[in-house]
Design a protein around this ligand. Structure first.
Ligand code: KG4
Ligand code: ZN
Length: 359
């Protein structure tokens, strides 16, 4: 009798800890699929949609069509790279929202069909939760230190800018957020004004390395509490350039690196000021960044410098887990799988959400 009880416990442990999760991310313009065992990422395939570059931003209709084209080959590649068979997958997790509805529909519909065909549970994930939980992604033979709860997370992407107090994997309080543009939009829009291409964040980041961050100053908003505003910065930048271009039509070309370094510094200073305030007020010393903008090397340096100064332990996701990717949806999926939190076939995607206890 005892033997059978022990066997059941071992089998149950094995089922949960060594389960393979297939994860799908399709909220914006990246089609991604990943396979995880526990929180260990075995594969993380991302198909970027080049089609949007010529328009300087994501065209939703084109994004959903590209997801349709990409999803099967991307999933196929993820399963092959993980070196497993389809029938070894225990559950499928997918981004239910927020994001572009047409894009989300592709990932959601695929996940429903896969779950039905393979007779496995499906697990819905909130995209912003996914970005935060990317901090827990592990790679085989390369253990990554993870934050302890509660920790602060500055989640910065093309759609979000939030300071979160992360109490547990799916229990996050938003201390502050942007009241207009996200930090990623501030990068993308100012890059567009300079004619630098899309997405602007990585381009500004690269050019900023050669420039003087104190060359130019733009107006900074004074928003109370932990909230942010970035739309004023964009407007101030636009008017500044309009005046300079009247005097010298080559102004942007001649000052590109300094302009990038200065605008990046302004965005980073704004982000860090509120994060430091939140850390002081809450007394929390485990501080992380997440989301696409967390790939910014200037922001990473600023976080490390603040960490040194204020005695924080800082956490930065690996580059491949910071911009949109399915591995982060797989980490979140595995954590919900452990809890037995499964979705149903009548679920539909949502474009917007008030974050997020996993809904
Ligand atoms: O997380 P993400 O891939 O998608 C959203 O959920 O929005 O973030 C995309 C955003 C874009 O605005 C992009 O310009 C920005 O992240 N980004 C960066 C960098 N890499 C990506 N911003 C600044 N510096 C970077 N190196
Ligand atoms: Zn994202």
């Amino acid at each position: 009798m005892l033997f059978f009880v022990l066997l059941r416990i071992i089998l149950c442990y094995e089922r949960i800890h060594f389960s393979y999760i297939l994860a799908i991310e399709s909220s914006c313009d990246d089609t991604s699929a990943a396979v995880l065992r526990g929180t260990t990422v075995l594969s993380n395939v991302i198909a970027n949609q080049e089609v949007h570059r010529q328009y300087g931003g994501v065209i939703p209709e084109l994004a959903s069509r590209a997801h349709q084209q990409n999803i099967i080959p991307v999933v196929d590649a993820a399963i092959k790279q993980a070196n497993i068979q389809k029938n070894q997958i225990s559950a499928i997790s997918f981004t239910r929202g927020p994001g572009l509805l047409g894009s989300l529909l592709v990932g959601t519909s695929f996940s429903k069909a896969f779950a039905l065909a393979m007779d496995i549970p499906m697990i819905e994930i909130n995209h912003t939760n996914g970005h935060v939980l990317a901090l827990f992604a592990q790679e085989p033979d390369d253990p990554t230190p993870v934050p302890q709860f509660p920790f602060l997370c500055l989640t910065v992407s093309g759609g979000h800018t939030q300071i979160m107090k992360v109490n547990d994997y799916f229990d996050m309080d938003i201390l502050g957020k942007t009241i207009d543009d996200a930090a990623g939009e501030a990068f993308d829009k100012t890059a567009k004004i300079m004619g630098l291409g899309y997405p602007g964040g990585p381009i500004i980041n690269k050019l900023a390395k050669e420039g003087n961050p104190d060359a130019f100053q733009f107006s900074k908003p004074h928003i109370p509490g932990y909230d942010y505003s970035f739309s004023g910065l964009k407007t101030s930048f636009l008017y500044f350039l309009r005046d300079k271009l009247k005097e010298n039509e080559n102004f942007i070309e001649e000052n590109k690196a300094d302009l990038c370094a200065s605008i990046q510094k302004d965005i980073i200073d704004t982000l860090m000021k509120k994060l430091i305030k939140a850390a002081k007020d809450t007394g929390i010393r485990q501080v992380a960044i997440a989301g696409g903008v967390s790939a910014n090397t200037g922001l990473q340096d600023a976080l490390r410098a603040a960490g040194k100064k204020y005695h924080w332990e800082v956490f930065i996701p690996k580059f491949k887990f910071s911009t949109d990717n399915a591995a982060m949806i797989g980490v979140a999926g595995y954590l919900k799988y452990q809890r037995g939190e499964f979705g149903t076939q009548d679920m539909t995607p949502y474009a917007r959400t008030v974050i997020s206890t996993g809904a």
